[in-house]
Design a protein around this ligand. Structure first.
Ligand code: MFK
Ligand code: FAD
Length: 513
C-alpha cells in the first residue's frame, strides 16, 4: 500500500514525563525519601511502557478468563482459566512490591506515598490487575488490625511471586450492593483450632466477585436471621466457592469477575461479631483510595497519548501541538488532572500517617470525610477527561489500538471506577453521614486550610486566590453548621464534589506558593 502513513506517537518514560506526579511526590514526602525512591520510579516509569509489559497486557485482553464448569463425565470441575498475561501481572506486582511497600513501612509515614506513586505508574499497564491489588491491600490492613498473628498476612504482603496471594472482597449480593442489609449469606461455627480460634463454614451467593482467582477473600455474612452482619476471612483456595458464571462486561476484560455459590467455604471471623460493615469499612477506605489513584493514573496515560499524538499529527499545515484550540482543550484536562492528582495524594499521605499512628485529629477527620468524595470526584473527572483525550486523536482514538495507544481500553476500564466501591450518590451520602457523625469536622478542615493559605498573602495572584478559597471555606463551614444535614441528602453529590474541588484548589495554590 502506498501513500501517506501517519508517524506513530511514542510514549515517554511515564515518571520523567509526569510533572504532576513528581510534584505530588515532593509535596507529600520529604527530600531524603524522594531522593531514595526516584531512581526506582524512573526505572519503573520506563518499564510500564516497554514492549515486554504491554505485550502481557495485550495477551490478557485478547484472552479473557473462561471457566470449565464440568468435566467430560458431567462432574463439577469449577476450573477458572486465566491468561498468561494476567498471571504475569501477579508476578510483576509481587516482585515490584506494589503491596509490600505499604506494609514494610521502610519510609515510615511516607510509605503509602511511595507505594501509590509506584502503583500509579503500574495501573494503566496492568490489565486492571490493580483491582485484585486494591482488595489485597484492604485485606492485609484488616488482618493487621484484627488478626495480627494470622499467617495469611505474610502472603498478602510478600515480594516472592511463589508466596504472594491476593484477596477478594465479597459484599455485593443479588439483594443489593449499595445496601448490603439484605445479605443472604450465612456463617456457621464448626470448630475451634488449637489456638482457640473459632472456625466457620459459609453458604450463600455472591453476585459480583472480581479477583475470583484469589486465594482468600474478605466477606460479609451473618450467623442467624435478622442478626447484624459480621466480617469473615474466607479461604477460597480450599474450595467451597463454585463459579456459576463469569460476568460479560464493558471493560476490565482480563479481570475474572464471577457470580459465586458458596457452600462449605472455610472462614474465620475478623473483628467483633455483628460489626461487619464497620470492619469491612477499613477495606473500603483503602480500595477507594486505590480507585482514586487508578482514576488519575488512567487519565494521565490518556493525556500522555493525546500529547504524543499532537506532536506527530499535522492539521491544516501545522502540528496539532501548535493549534491553540487543541492545546487549550488538552490544557483544561491537564489542569483538572493536576488538581485531582494533588487531592488524591493528599488522601494517600493522610492514610500513611494514620497507619503509622502519627495522624493528628484534623488529619484523621479529614481522611474519614474525604476518602469517599475523592473516590467519587476523581472517577467522574477521569472519565470526562479520557473522553476528551480520545477525541483528541480523532477517529483513531475510538479504535482498539495497540496497547500503548489504546484510549478505548482505558475508557472502558475507567467507566467502572464510578460504580464499584460505591456509586457517586452512595459515596456522597456517606460523606453527609460522616459529617453528621463528626460535628466539628468541617470547622477543623476549614481552619487547617485557612492556616495553610494564610501565610501566602504577599504573593500577588496566589494571595488573591488563597483569599477567595479561604472565604469559600468559611461560607461553606457556616452554611453546613446551620443546616439540618438530612435536608442536604438529595443534593449530597453537589455538596461533596464542591468540597473536593475546593480542597483540590487549596492544595494547588499551597503547592504553587
Ligand atoms: C482498580 C481500582 C481499585 C478498586 C477495585 C475494586 C474492585 C471492586 C470491588 C467492589 O466493588 S467491592 C464492593 C464495594 N461495595 C461498596 O462500596 C458498598 C457501597 N455502600 C456503602 O458504602 C454503604 O454506605 C454501606 C454498605 C457502608 C452502608 O451499610 P450500613 O450498614 O447501612 O452502614 P452504616 O449504618 O452507615 O454504618 C455501619 C457502620 O460502619 C458504622 O459504624 P458503627 O457500627 O461503629 O456505628 C459506620 O460508621 C461504619 N462505616 C460505614 N462506612 C464507613 C464506616 N466507617 C468508616 N468509613 C466508612 N466509609
Ligand atoms: P444498586 O445498589 O442497586 O444501585 C442502583 C442505583 O441506585 C445506583 O445508581 C445507586 O447510586 C443508586 N442508589 C443506591 N442507594 C442509594 C442511596 N442511598 N442514595 C442515592 N442513590 C442510591 N462487588 C463486590 O462485593 N465484590 C467485587 O469484587 C465486585 N466487583 C465488581 C466488578 C465489576 C466490574 C462491577 C461492575 C461491580 C463489582 N462489584 C463488586 C459490585 C459493585 O460494588 C456494585 O455493583 C455497586 O456497589 C452497586 O451496587 P448494585 O449493583 O447492587 O447497585
Amino acid at each position: 500500500i502506498s501513500g501517506f502513513f501517519q508517524e506513530s506517537p511514542r510514549l515517554q518514560n511515564q515518571f520523567l514525563s509526569d510533572r504532576s506526579l513528581q510534584r505530588a511526590l515532593k509535596y507529600y514526602a520529604p527530600k531524603n525519601v524522594v531522593w531514595s525512591v526516584v531512581p526506582e520510579l524512573q526505572r519503573f516509569g520506563s518499564y510500564v511502557v516497554s514492549d515486554e509489559i504491554l505485550s502481557w497486557v495485550a495477551d490478557a485482553e485478547r484472552n479473557p478468563p473462561t471457566v470449565d464448569q464440568f468435566d467430560a463425565f458431567g462432574k463439577i470441575k469449577n476450573q477458572l482459566n486465566t491468561s498468561e498475561g494476567w498471571r504475569m501481572m501477579k508476578n510483576i506486582a509481587a516482585t515490584e512490591g506494589i503491596i509490600a511497600l505499604a506494609y514494610e513501612r521502610k519510609y515510615g509515614e511516607y510509605s503509602r506515598v511511595v507505594q501509590f506513586a509506584k502503583y500509579y505508574l503500574f495501573a494503566p499497564s496492568s490489565a486492571v490487575f490493580t483491582c485484585s491489588l486494591a482488595m489485597t491491600d484492604g485485606c492485609a490492613r484488616v488482618i493487621e488490625l484484627y488478626s495480627p498473628t494470622n499467617k495469611v498476612y505474610d502472603h498478602l504482603i510478600s515480594r516472592d511471586p511463589r508466596l504472594f496471594w491476593t484477596s477478594g472482597q465479597w459484599m455485593t449480593e443479588r439483594t443489593g450492593g449499595s445496601d448490603v442489609s439484605g445479605t443472604e449469606t450465612f456463617a456457621t461455627k464448626t470448630s475451634k483450632d488449637p489456638s482457640g480460634q473459632e472456625k466457620y463454614t459459609i453458604r450463600g451467593f455472591k453476585w459480583f466477585s472480581s479477583a475470583t482467582d484469589s486465594e482468600v477473600t474478605v466477606l460479609l455474612a451473618r450467623e442467624r436471621e435478622r442478626e447484624k452482619l459480621s466480617c469473615y476471612l474466607g479461604y477460597v483456595k480450599d474450595g467451597g466457592a463454585r463459579i456459576i458464571r463469569l460476568k460479560n462486561k464493558l471493560g476490565t476484560k482480563a479481570v475474572p469477575t464471577a457470580e459465586l455459590e458458596l457452600n462449605g467455604l472455610n472462614a474465620e471471623l475478623l473483628g467483633p461479631p455483628q460489626k461487619g460493615v464497620s470492619v469491612i469499612a477499613t477495606v473500603l477506605n483503602i480500595t477507594r483510595i486505590h480507585n482514586s489513584v487508578s482514576a488519575v493514573s488512567f487519565l494521565r496515560r490518556a493525556v500522555e497519548i493525546a500529547k504524543a499524538f499532537s506532536k506527530v499529527r499535522k492539521v491544516f499545515g501545522k502540528p496539532l501541538y501548535q493549534v491553540p484550540a487543541h492545546v487549550r482543550t488538552l490544557a483544561d484536562v491537564e489542569v483538572q488532572l493536576r488538581a485531582m492528582t494533588h487531592l488524591t495524594f493528599y488522601c494517600v499521605s493522610l492514610l500513611g500517617k494514620l497507619e503509622c499512628n502519627v495522624a493528628s485529629k484534623q488529619q484523621t477527620l479529614t481522611l474519614r470525610i474525604l476518602t469517599s468524595i475523592v473516590k467519587a470526584i476523581t472517577a467522574k473527572i477521569s472519565l470526562a477527561g479520557i473522553s476528551e483525550c480520545m477525541e483528541g486523536l480523532g477517529g483513531v482514538g475510538y479504535l482498539e489500538n495497540e496497547p500503548e495507544l489504546n484510549i478505548a481500553r482505558i475508557e472502558r476500564d475507567a467507566q467502572v471506577l464510578c460504580i464499584w466501591e460505591g456509586t457517586t450518590n452512595v459515596l456522597s451520602d456517606d460523606f453527609i453521614r460522616a459529617v453528621k457523625n463528626h460535628a466539628d469536622s468541617l470547622a477543623v478542615i476549614s481552619q487547617y486550610f485557612a492556616d495553610t493559605l494564610g501565610g501566602i498573602k504577599s504573593k500577588g495572584v496566589l494571595s488573591e486566590m488563597s483569599e477567595e478559597i479561604c472565604t469559600s471555606f468559611e461560607e461553606w463551614r457556616d452554611y453546613i453548621a446551620n443546616i439540618d444535614l438530612d435536608t442536604l441528602r438529595p443534593n449530597a453529590r453537589k455538596v461533596g464534589l464542591f468540597l473536593g474541588e475546593l480542597i483540590a484548589s487549596a492544595l494547588l495554590v499551597a503547592d504553587a506558593a
